[in-house]
Design a protein around this ligand. Structure first.
Ligand code: ADP
Ligand code: MG
Length: 238
């Protein structure tokens, strides 16, 4: 499903967190938002998820204007650091939540939950509560929950940041697999890690000071950085 942000501006009081963002992510495409801390990456993602309301501009999902639609009614998968698991639900029930909401048959829910927990290496923790897990484990469950519903749009905000190198590599592989197996999913992937952006993204959007400064296929961006900022950002040890 296509995601389109049209001239999206988000302000918090005097702070302009996002300024006039125009971005279209096609069905089947992965775009990485890459940039320094505070450049507006998370805010852009939250505007698509519906966690923040643009002060200007519109958000479209598959041709539907969702600018005023609450997050739960956008039907998209979200993994953001602030979007915690349901504390009163066991791990398996957290992962099952969206499937039950979509009224999937019980057997299918059970099968899918087991599959997802296996994928993120959390099968042994199905009966635990979120408070009984480490931060990295909770993040893995959050990823399982987001992928369980096979969402047409997937929003990931630094999803691997809290994980160790091996798990990072595993989950990166799983995300690549997801892209092959669910060909129409549109993914927006926020990261400050260039290697993740390169591994996953069809295009990389470079953000700076609330604005998108460059957007291009990864190889082009590295071969011929369109701006001095992008050249120095990609050249740096980010
Ligand atoms: P990034 O994800 O690229 O690190 P953010 O989108 O989180 O950047 O933030 C962009 C700017 O907006 C920063 O200056 C940040 O301090 C500010 N900001 C983000 N969220 C809020 C908020 N809820 N209230 C006030 N300022 C915010
Ligand atoms: Mg952020």
């Amino acid at each position: 499903m296509t995601v389109r942000l049209e001239d999206v501006t988000v302000q918090f009081g005097q702070t302009v967190a996002l300024e006039g963002l125009d971005l279209t992510v096609a069905a089947g495409e992965t775009v990485a938002l890459l940039g320094p801390s505070g450049s507006g990456k998370s805010t852009a993602l939250k505007a698509v998820a519906g966690f923040v309301r643009p002060s200007r501009g519109r958000v479209w999902l598959g041709g539907r204007d969702v600018t005023g639609v609450p997050p739960a009614r956008r039907g998209i998968g979200v993994v953001v650091q602030q979007y915690a698991l349901f504390p009163h639900l066991r791990v398996a029930d957290n992962v099952a939540f969206g499937l039950k909401a979509a009224r999937k048959p019980k057997a299918e829910v059970a099968r899918r939950v087991a599959e997802m927990l296996e994928m993120v290496g959390m099968a042994k923790f199905a009966r635990r509560y979120p408070r009984e897990l480490s931060g990295g484990q909770q993040q893995r469950v959050a990823i399982a929950r987001a992928l369980a519903i096979q969402p047409p749009v997937l929003l990931l905000d630094e999803p691997l940041a809290a994980l160790d190198a091996q798990l990072r590599a595993d989950l990166l592989g799983e995300l690549q697999k997801l892209r092959r197996e669910v060909p129409d999913v549109a993914i927006i992937y926020v990261t400050h890690d260039q290697s993740e952006a390169l591994a996953l993204a069809d295009r990389i959007a470079v953000m700076r000071d609330a604005r998108l400064v460059d957007i291009a296929p990864a190889a082009d961006l590295y071969a011929t950085p369109p701006t001095a900022f992008t050249a120095s950002f990609l050249g740096g040890a980010n």
